[in-house]
Each structure stands twice: as structure tokens, then as C-alpha cells.
Design a protein around this ligand. Structure first.
Ligand code: GCU
Length: 806
């Protein structure tokens, strides 16, 4: 049996059981209505040939002619080629750009796959194959059209091969300052993207490097575009605003300077000579230290329009101008200061001042991909200027793929939100589709950040987020449960137990993560200064980044009301503004986003804020313990390789959720305990060594030991320790002189999140030894062998009967 590495993602095309495959008709031929081997129509036919062989075991030949007598054929082409070949188009409803028609019971037992364009044809082929791969032979004759023309992904890849906020190894696009030579992974990525109808990828980091314009990198972009084009995926690039100055040798990058304009026009023409179908430019400017038009006292529109004019002569390329513009040196002592106001403050008055080929790219929430935010108010403030919503498949603030969070429910919640623009139904999905405000070009993008790991994203289960993103961008009413079931059948198999368990874990993953990370709209509470990974609730405040909680000994939350706070609630259309302005009508899960309240404030549930914090963290961590147990039921039902990899990660997540729970609960306990005087129910069950024990030098081993005085019995022994950068310490644990286990502090080799160099909430972790027989009086001993700067640090040990977690 070959190892399932995850490289094929959901396109493994596992063979159906003979009972199923024999039930499907045999096809005589694939008729491909395009002879150009680089066209997506041709690729679609190859994919059909390969897929049908793998799924159904049928060897089918290609033909290029549709003749009247063709029977039992699969015909694939564009509307134009299909109709010129004499195909019957009368039943095909109107197809939008990229849409397709799939008829599995056409005349003469044929299957017709007809795209509005070449991309549509390949999307239709994937649709058909993915139905078959799920054993779904139900006849279908229907058209499918996208909700929006822009369905992109962004890679934050640097030219040196690193990926900003990437958790799955180095870039597949760049290495050592250059575009890689081998295009294999790039074509494989294009295949996956195409199968979920994503039509473009921006290949380099928004914190861009002007050396992308070197001759050899332009040649590299040419290679990337060629590798992706057969799959119907176009490429775009991110630009560094000061390129004219820093790369072109001009004295300025002022967007109103004619020489600067000429420079951009020339370089754009050069890029188009290499990539004639470039999809456009993405711009991050005047944000987090990046230069931009404001640097030259020009407006953001002046900057965006300069790029728009440079693109215009070359086709349909667009400027994706990011609305992520904010001051990261805000003074927290000013009650009215609020980073969440920035996007509307900067962009609202520019509405209508952008050229037609500028799209404002807006992160879904006002701050930065937190576990819970309201939708960005800017999504309701642009009328004439078109917008795209920006999601993040990379789980930057949501556990960085060392925790699993299925984000389709989160995205649906945002897209289903009704902004009530002018008092009328204005769901965000209809705003970004362009329907609500009559835009002709708008849509979706997401920060993807796949890397060279064979799982692509760093966690087999997290690939469901890429799949779901594609599905939702195509049809924002896609049901997150059906999507995960479909993905699971394709990725892991058709067995109902597999589908049910993975769907269950997935659907529970976001609320669980929210519970043990940050509740009530307080944000994720991870360390926002350092790695954005583990808990560090103290890091939100006391700095200029504006991700504040304003927690003190008595009260917590951002006052974003118009009446007494930053006025952020007033940036929403009237009905929504009124809802958030009033604490009674603000949902509990956004309470601390919009209101500053005492810890004793009562929620709609009747609990106080602080009690909810405490309980939710316990519930979340307790629930995370069920994930590895649920997963364990799949042993033998799926391949061992992926089973073990996921099992390891879910077990790690369960352990780290306890670190989260304790860190956040202790933090707030310490902050307000004296004041609360007992009104918080806070207990900590038995464990020993409350603080870290480390070896004295990095040479000799160290020992920690304790005589166990509690009654004999069978227990789980959980050891909390720290695994940080700088070494791979080794540990052995024994009981009553008998070795019961050993482990190595090598998580940096096995997990992809950003690692820390310190003993902190990022490096704190746990290993559990289950079902250990303990005799009263046994000596528990842990011997740690330090390595490098990792001094075998232990935190505490907890010994509890099965079912009790602490
Ligand atoms: C976040 C992220 C940065 C990134 C930025 C962006 O702040 O942490 O690494 O550059 O978003 O979206 O531009």
C-alpha cells in the first residue's frame, strides 16, 4: 500500500469498491474540443482520463471530433467550441464567466461538460470527477455559476523562501532570492486550486520585495504562469510601493510624479511581456511600516490609481488595494483611540475616487483575523468603489495548524451578516458578489500560505479550509457541514464513521478554540507581540498595536460606542449601529468588542463576565480532550500514515488547550482576584511542581522526583514541560524504579507553528502516559537530559484517574 502523504489533497481519486464502480456505465471515449495541449480544456480531458481510470478502473481514449454518432462519450469543451462542433446548446441556461453546464445523461448516453470559458470547462470536469469519487452517480443536468468573478488566494512568500505566517515549510515558489526552477509543486497546487474554482494566486508576500522585478525573477514569473495556466489559474504579484526609489534608482516614489508613473508603466509592460494574462497587483501601503502614498502626502486613491493606470493598457488586470491601513503606534491612554476605526477613517471619503480597475481588499474583521470579530464596517461604507473580502486560510491567530480550526462556519457567519445598508437587506455575501451595489468586479481572496510540506498547509485536517474557501467563494450559501462531509469523503474515504467523526470534530473546532482562547469578543488573547501563537493575555495592552482589551482590576473591554467610546459602532449602517451601541442588544459573543464592563457584569446567560471566562476556558479545554479520543475511533478505517499524523496533532492540541485555559484563567484571576473577593469560582486540582524546574547546566542530566502518597490505583500521568527553540532535550520517566516512558523535546521538527525561544505559553506543552498502575509510596522520577539551550524544563505533573483532566 502506498503512503498517503496528503499531496493529492482531496483529488486522490481512490478506487471505488467493485460493487459501486460496476454500477456505473462504461464510457467509450473522451471527446476534447480543443487540440491545444496547454489549454485548460485539454487539461480537463487529461484529468478526466486519469480520474476515471483511478476511480472506476476505466481506460478511456481521447478523440477530438464530436460526431453525430458519438455515444457513451464524455464531451468537454467551451460553449463556443461545443456549439461550433454541432453540440446541442438549447437546454443550457445562461452561463456567467467561469460557469459551466454538466449534463450526465445527455443524448446517446453521453456526458456533456461545457464551460462558459476554458476555466468553466475544467471546473465542470472536476465537478463530475468529484461526484464519481464520492460514489455519486445521480443524474444531473444543471448549470453552476460563480457568485463573484474574483476568487483569489494570496501567498505571503518571501524571495528567500520563507513564508510570513506560513506553517508548512518553505515556499514552493521562491528560494534564495529567486523563483524556483522546478515547477512540479506549482502545477500540483494549480490543480488543487482549479478543482475548487479558485482562479488566481498572488505569489509573493504583501510585504513585498522589489527584487521581484529582477530579470531572472521576471523569467521565473513567466515559468510560474505557464505552469498554472493549463489549470485555468492566473497569477498576480504584490508590489513594494517604494520600488521606483529603491529598485529603479529614482529620487522619489511619489505617485503624482510623472517619472514615477513612467517607471511603473514601463515595469508593468515588462511584466506583461512575461505574463500576458497577469491578473493584477496587490498593494499593501502605509501599513505596519510599509511606505505608501501617505508617505508623499498623497491620498490612498492617488496611489491606487497610479497602478490602475499602469495596468489598464494590458487587459483586465486589477489593483487589489488593501484596506489594512492603520497606525500601529496608537496611544492607549486616549480612550477614543481605536484601530478598528482605521479602515473606514482612511477609505470612506475616497469612495468613488478610485479608478474602475481598483478593488479595495478588506479583511473580514476590523482588526486582524481574530477568533471572533464583527464584520469590517468598511464593507458597508463603499458604494461606488468595489471591494473584495479577505479571509485567512492560514490559521495565524487560530492555532497555526498545530491546532485545528475549521473556519467555514466563521466565514459563513460573516457572509450571512446583514449590514442593512439604507435599511435594506444587505448581506455581506451580496455586497462582495457585487449584486447589492451593482459592482461588475468584486469577490474574495484569502491568505493561504501553503508550503512545501506534503500536507501543503501543515495539518491534514486544515486542508479542509482551502477546500471550503473555494466552495464558499463560488457559492456563499454552501453549507459548512455538507462541505466538510464532501471533503472528508474525497480526502479520507466514504465510510460513514469517517465522515461523521471528521465532520463532528470540524464543526466543534471553532467554538472549542474560541472557548479556550478568547471569549466574548475579547479577541484571541494570543501573544500579539511575538509569535501570534500561544496564550499571552497581557500582550494585548500597553503597546501601540491597538488590539487592546483595556483590562484592569475592575473591568474589561473596548468601549466602541458613540456615546462614551471610540465611536466605532457608529461606522455601521444605522440599524446595525443601534444594535451595537446598546449593550442590551449586543450579542454576548461581541460584548467586550463593543463595551467596557465590570467583570461582574451579567451576560444574557445570567453568568458574570469573569465566571463565563473561567467556565468557557474549562469547557473548551475539556472539549479539546475529546478530539483525539474521537479520532482514535478511526484507527484502521483510514491509512496509518495520516491517521498517526493527525492523532499526534490532536493530542498536542488537547495538551496545549490546557496551557491556554490555565494561562488565561490565572491571568484574569491575578488581575482582579482581590477585588472580586470570592465571587469567582476558581479551583485548581491536584498537581505538583507549580513552577518550572530546569537542569542546572546544559551538560549534566537533572532529576525531579516525588514520592506518591495517594491511594494505589490506575492513573493517567500528564507531564507538562516546555519545548522551545534551541535544543532537543530528552526525558525519561519512571515509577517505582520502572521506566514507563521517554520523549524528546523535538516539537519544532514535528509541528509548524512559530516557535518561541523561551519558557512561555508557546513552548508549554504536555505529554500523557495513560493507564499507569501506581502503588502508594512509589517514587515518580523524571530525568531530563538537556540539549543546547533547552535545559529539560519541566512545569508540573498531574496524576489523575481516566476521565479527569487537569
Ligand atoms: C498581520 C500579520 C502580518 C501581515 C499583516 C498583513 O498583521 O501578522 O504578518 O503582514 O497581517 O495582513 O499585511
Amino acid at each position: 500500500m502506498t503512503i498517503e502523504t496528503g499531496l493529492d489533497g482531496w483529488l486522490r481519486y481512490a478506487a471505488l469498491s467493485p460493487a459501486l464502480s460496476n454500477a456505473q456505465q462504461r464510457y467509450s471515449s473522451i471527446i476534447v474540443l480543443d487540440t491545444d495541449e496547454t489549454s485548460p480544456v485539454y487539461t480537463a480531458a487529461k484529468e478526466l482520463q486519469d480520474g476515471l481510470k483511478r476511480i472506476l478502473g476505466q481506460d478511456i481514449e481521447f478523440h477530438f471530433q464530436l460526431t453525430g454518432g458519438s455515444s457513451s462519450s464524455i464531451v468537454v469543451g467551451t460553449l463556443e467550441s461545443f456549439s461550433s462542433a454541432g453540440g446541442n446548446t438549447k437546454d443550457i441556461p445562461e452561463l456567467k464567466e467561469d460557469g459551466f453546464w454538466l449534463n450526465t445523461h445527455a443524448d446517446n448516453n453521453c456526458v456533456h461538460i461545457v464551460g462558459q470559458n476554458e476555466r468553466g470547462a475544467i471546473y465542470g470536469a472536476f465537478e463530475y470527477l468529484m461526484r464519481l469519487a464520492q460514489g455519486n452517480f445521480d443524474p444531473v443536468a444543471s448549470a453552476s455559476n460563480p457568485s463573484a468573478p474574483i476568487r483569489w488566494v494570496n501567498q505571503w512568500d518571501n524571495l528567500d523562501g520563507s513564508i510570513e505566517r506560513g506553517y508548512a515549510g518553505p515556499s514552493i515558489f521562491f528560494k534564495d532570492g529567486e523563483v524556483v526552477k522546478d515547477m512540479t509543486r506549482i502545477a500540483q497546487l494549480a490543480r488543487l486550486l482549479s478543482s475548487v474554482r479558485i482562479n488566481a494566486v498572488v505569489v509573493n508576500n504583501v510585504n513585498a520585495n522589489p527584487k521581484l522585478f529582477s530579470e531572472s525573477n521576471l523569467d521565473g514569473l513567466h515559468r510560474i504562469a505557464n505552469a498554472m495556466r493549463p489549470w485555468g489559474v492566473r497569477i498576480g504579484i504584490s508590489l513594494y510601493f517604494d520600488s521606483p526609489k529603491e529598485f529603479g534608482g529614482l529620487p522619489t516614489s511619489d505617485p503624482l510624479d510623472p517619472a514615477v508613473n513612467d517607471w511603473w508603466n514601463d515595469i508593468t509592460a515588462k511584466v506583461y511581456r512575461k505574463v500576458p494574462d497577469l491578473v493584477g497587483y496587490t498593494i499593501k501601503a502605509n501599513s505596519e511600516g510599509q511606505p505608501g502614498p501617505l508617505t508623499y502626502n498623497r491620498t490612498l486613491a492617488d496611489g491606487a490609481n497610479m497602478f490602475a493606470r499602469a495596468l489598464k493598457p494590458h487587459g483586465d488586470g486589477v489593483v487589489m488595494y488593501r484596506a489594512f491601513v492603520y497606525n500601529h503606534h496608537l496611544d492607549e491612554s486616549v480612550w477614543k483611540h481605536d484601530r478598528a476605526n482605521a479602515a473606514v477613517d482612511y477609505f470612506k471619503d475616497l469612495d468613488g475616487k478610485f479608478d474602475d480597475n481598483v478593488i479595495v481588499q478588506i479583511k473580514w474583521g476590523p482588526i486582524d483575523f481574530q477568533v471572533r470579530e464583527p464584520p469590517s464596517p468598511l464593507l458597508a461604507n463603499l458604494r461606488k468603489t468595489k471591494a473584495a473580502i479577505e479571509f485567512q486560510v492560514a490559521q495565524e491567530y487560530l492555532g497555526q495548524q498545530s491546532h485545528f480550526v475549521y473556519m467555514a462556519p466563521l466565514w459563513r457567519e460573516i457572509l450571512d451578516f446583514d449590514m442593512r445598508i439604507d435599511g435594506r437587506s444587505s448581506h455581506i455575501r451580496d455586497i462582495v458578489s457585487g449584486e447589492r451595489l451593482g459592482w461588475n468586479r468584486s469577490g474574495y481572496t484569502t491568505v493561504l500560505n501553503i508550503g512545501s510540506d506534503s500536507t501543503w498547509i501543515g495539518h491534514h485536517l486544515s486542508m479542509s479550509n482551502l477546500y471550503a474557501y473555494g466552495r464558499i467563494a463560488w457559492d456563499p450559501l454552501s453549507d459548512p457541514v455538507s462541505v466538510i462531509q464532501e471533503w472528508t469523503r474525497l480526502t479520507f474515504g466514504l465510510d460513514k464513521t469517517i465522515v461523521d467523526i471528521i465532520a463532528k470534530i470540524s464543526m466543534e473546532s471553532w467554538p472549542t478554540y474560541e472557548n479556550y482562547s478568547g471569549n466574548l469578543g475579547v479577541q484571541t488573547l494570543c501573544d500579539i507581540i511575538y509569535t501570534h501563537y500561544g496564550p499571552s493575555p497581557g500582550s494585548q495592552d500597553g503597546n501601540g498595536w491597538g488590539q487592546w482589551t483595556r483590562a484592569n482590576a475592575h473591568s474589561i473591554g473596548m468601549d466602541r460606542t458613540v456615546a462614551t467610546g471610540s465611536g466605532n459602532s457608529g461606522q455601521y449602517p444605522a440599524e446595525v449601529a443601534a444594535r451595537y451601541e446598546n449593550i442590551e442588544t449586543t450579542p454576548d459573543n461581541l460584548l467586550l468588542w463593543f463595551h467596557h464592563v465590570p467583570y461582574t457584569h451579567r451576560l444574557k446567560s445570567g453568568k458574570t463576565v469573569i465566571q463565563h471566562f473561567y467556565d468557557a476556558h474549562y469547557e473548551g479545554a475539556a472539549h479539546a480532550q475529546t478530539f483525539p479520543l474521537e479520532w482514535a475511533k478511526l484507527k484502521g478505517l483510514i491509512d496509518d500514515y495520516r491517521f498517526e499524523q493527525v492523532a499526534f496533532k490532536l493530542q498536542y492540541q488537547a495538551g496545549h488547550s490546557i496551557v491556554w485555559r490555565d494561562s488565561v484563567n490565572y491571568f484574569y484571576f491575578a488581575k482582579c482576584a482581590f477585588w472580586l473577593q470570592g465571587c469567582l469560582c476558581y479551583t485548581r486540582r491536584g498537581s505538583f511542581w507549580g513552577k518550572a524546574v530546569i537542569t542546572e547546566t546544559n551538560e549534566a542530566p537533572g532529576t525531579a522526583q516525588k514520592e506518591l502518597t495517594f491511594p494505589s490505583g490506575t492513573y493517567n500521568i500528564a507531564v507538562n514541560y516546555y519545548d522551545h527553540l534551541g535544543g532537543r532535550a530528552k526525558y525519561e520517566i519512571s515509577l517505582g524504579g520502572k521506566l514507563i516512558g521517554s520523549w524528546v523535546g523535538d516539537l519544532e521538527d514535528r509541528l509548524g507553528h512559530d516557535f518561541s525561544e523561551y519558557l512561555d505559553g508557546h513552548s508549554a506543552t504536555r505529554v500523557t502516559f495513560r493507564g499507569i498502575k501506581v502503588e502508594q509510596g512509589d517514587l515518580l522520577k523524571i530525568v531530563g537530559q538537556p540539549d543546547g539551550s533547552e535545559l529539560a524544563p519541566l512545569d508540573y505533573v498531574s496524576i489523575l484517574p481516566e476521565g479527569t483532566i487537569d
